[in-house]
Design a protein around this ligand. Structure first.
Ligand SMILES: Cc1cc2nc3c(=O)[nH]c(=O)nc-3n(C[C@H](O)[C@H](O)[C@H](O)COP(=O)(O)O)c2cc1C
Length: 354
């Protein structure tokens, strides 16, 4: 199936596996790429050296195009962009808004730039900077998320910008793909659905928690890092929401120290990143410190399998997903279902005309 997204990125199918911290590593990304969809490596939870290694690992497993997700507000974003350019990565994806300078640098090097946005004005802004396409994430999506549902945000953004729009938040099958195309999208991007595949390295005990979840078990909380964050409701989330400011701050300081060791960032660099995170937002320093919670709490579940100590970021779709296909099976059945539905729809409209 050819759309503006497949033409832009060179992938076979208009499906994207999004960048998810600790989840979207070389194994998942190369399995996605080999299945004909666009896999995106999550780099915010990697050091710059580890990112280069991970990119090379993907390249050793597939010749298909893939992408790297990064945070424009990280103080080493420039180093990460250099890795993307030097290693010939096809697509750069941004969590949060990129900067005009980084977009220009990537585009000058021939990299396709696809930021993720959660609001129409952000889509208009990045389109003005020359982004090649946008992923628009509705409020039902996993991880940091907004309030507006995909069914409202998607047509709003499609009408507002002239670049291809990829729909995210709540997609898991061929029906969703056809619906997104009907809204004018060029494809769909899925996070939770790709996390729940046999190719994902997330520990089995954690996958089991997602599979057991109902739609009502997925919640949005600010208790982890001060920002609205969609995840599975667990005892940890309940206790974070109950704990006072001091306990939360102490915990955040501990996690900040641990993340600093893992990410290889120095304290001055982390403080610079913190200042960038505050910029233009109404965040206090304690909220910035709390933000250091996220990578560590996500790691505890996604890498260490601690369902009791970790945060399990999740879209509402976890409540309707109950299996673990391989990426190849997932892509194949999504495309087959979409083709059947489009065939049935056009047969239906032909018989209505007749
Ligand atoms: C476990 C998990 C981790 C995530 N980490 C990131 C991240 O590091 N960067 C990012 O841009 N988005 C991240 N997200 C958001 C996803 O990239 C994607 O936009 C979202 O999952 C789409 O909604 P869906 O889960 O309904 O498919 C994460 C989502 C999940 C479920």
């Amino acid at each position: 199936m050819e759309t503006a997204l497949t033409r832009l990125t060179g992938v076979r199918y208009p499906l994207v596996q999004t960048g998810m911290g600790w989840v979207a590593g070389p194994r998942l990304v190369s399995a996605t790429a080999n299945a004909g969809a666009l896999g995106i490596l999550a780099s915010a939870t990697m050091t710059v050296d580890r990112l280069r290694e991970a990119v090379r690992e993907v390249k050793s497993r597939t010749d298909a195009p893939f992408g790297v997700n990064l945070r424009a507000d990280a103080s080493d974003a420039g180093d990460r962009v250099r890795v993307i350019v030097e290693e010939g990565v096809k697509v750069a994806s941004f969590a949060l808004a990129p900067s005009a300078e980084l977009v220009a640098e990537l585009k000058a090097a021939g990299v396709v730039v696809i930021p993720t946005v959660g609001a129409r004005r952000h889509a208009e802004k990045v389109a003005g900077w020359g982004a090649d396409a946008v992923i628009v994430q509705g409020g039902e999506g996993g991880g940091h998320t907004g309030e507006v549902a995909t069914t409202v945000l998607l047509p709003q953004v499609v009408d507002a910008v002239r670049i291809p729009v990829v729909a995210a938040g709540g997609f898991f099958d061929g029906r969703g793909l056809v619906a997104a195309l009907a809204y004018g999208a060029a494809g769909v991007a899925m996070g939770t659905r790709f996390l729940l595949t046999s190719d994902s390295t997330v520990p089995d005990a954690v996958k089991a928690r997602y599979l057991a979840a109902t739609v009502r078990d997925v919640t949005v909380t600010r208790a982890v890092d001060g920002l609205p964050h969609r995840m599975l409701r667990t005892e940890l989330v309940d206790s974070l929401e109950r704990s006072g400011r001091t306990t939360a701050l102490l915990r955040a300081v501990r996690h900040a120290a641990a993340f600093r060791r893992l990410s290889g960032l120095s304290w001055p660099r982390m403080l610079r990143d913190g200042r960038a995170l505050r910029h233009g937002k109404d965040l206090t320093w304690s909220q910035v410190l709390l933000a250091a919670n996220t990578p560590m709490l996500l790691r505890a579940s996604m890498v260490e399998g601690r369902t009791d100590l970790g945060v399990m970021a999740s879209g509402q779709v976890a409540g309707v997903i109950d299996d673990l296909p391989s990426c190849a099976e997932l892509v194949d059945r999504t495309m087959t279902e979409a083709a059947q539905i489009m065939g049935a729809l056009s047969a239906g409209s032909a018989s209505m005309r007749g």
